[in-house]
Write a protein that binds this ligand. Sequence first.
Ligand SMILES: Cc1cc2nc3c(=O)[nH]c(=O)nc-3n(C[C@H](O)[C@H](O)[C@H](O)COP(=O)(O)O)c2cc1C
Length: 380
Amino acid sequence: MTFDESSIDHILSTTRAVRLRLDLEREVEKQIIVDCIDLAEQAPTGGNLGSRRWIVVTDPTIKKQLAELYYAAGGNWMIRMRDELQGTGHPNEQMMKSAAFLAENLQSVPMIVIPTIIGEHDGSGRPGLFDSVIQSAWSFCLALRARGLGTAWTTAVFEKRDELKSLLGIPPEVTEIVMLPVAWTKGTEFSPARRHPARDITFFDKYSKTFESGPSSPISFSDGPGTIVEIDIDASVKKVWSLVADINFPASFSEEFVGAEWENERLEPSVGALFIGRNNNEHFGDWSVNCFVDSYEKFKTFGWCTGNFRHPGARWKFELEAFGGGTRVRFRVLLGPGPSGLTRLVEANPENESVIIDSRLDALNRNMMNVLVGMKAALD
Ligand SMILES: Cc1cc2nc3c(=O)[nH]c(=O)nc-3n(C[C@H](O)[C@H](O)[C@H](O)COP(=O)(O)O)c2cc1C
């Protein structure tokens, strides 16, 4: 059997949280939901136990009570946030508009599906609970999308779990996993969301190690090796940025980077700005490197390349993301494609290419993590 890969990939990349585009007027046949549940039941389950149970709410009175619970559990907050964020351009403005719409209209959604599983999530680590139902619930969402229906993964109602159990008669030993409001969608075109590219978050063989291609076996310089470190800091993006944008801050924590000077100290840095970085380590001694800024978005990213403008020896980048009440900082480096001390070492010892790259990545990773830990200590 051959598969239509592009349709399957399209469904996998465009199954969005649908709220504003749920068609509240069009009836949904119950059989279509049952068919989707049959498909979802093909998902793996710990111990091969069939412990999933599905509740499909269609009764208008129960839906109304469920909508009231949802409102009390978090819907009222979503509506407030929508009103606060309206017109501000905040990154969550559109999401809150959509979430608030659902909170205001849940009772009018044709069906509300709640997958549950027999068992209590007690942290025992045994299979058969969340890890046996999440994949099934997501298969259900994909099956809906394939048929022109949509839903949104919601959990806010579980703030009122006792009331929910009593409303739907769910036994205490059964765990509710997600509440899925289901309707036909208005139109079927949805777009992929912005997510991290897989190459940025996929580590080969060891946590933090990235490759722009391959990697070959054994790894080679032409694979575009790199490393990423991350830390969550309990401080605002603005405060973290003040340290990220200070090119001399890492010198206090890195065992290699000594300091840096802007070519033109008086100008606010921007893409194209130049600075010189000074380094020292036991293998290469002292060396300086020309650096040019290749990405600079205040409070978001600061990236620079070393060496030749068109053919850099390495590409470095800080990225900031608001996270909870604080900031997640990612610090990454990609080696090459141009020449550097590393490529000279590899040329002199070609038989050790993979070992040299590996140990260089380890050393860089250590230094970069020291910088982030130092940043956290300075701000937390
Ligand atoms: C664990 C989890 C809980 C969520 N809870 C809610 C919720 O209670 N209400 C809601 O409107 N959306 C909820 N969402 C949906 C997210 O807000 C949604 O995924 C986000 O808006 C991004 O949209 P996208 O999935 O289309 O990219 C939840 C998503 C997840 C993964």
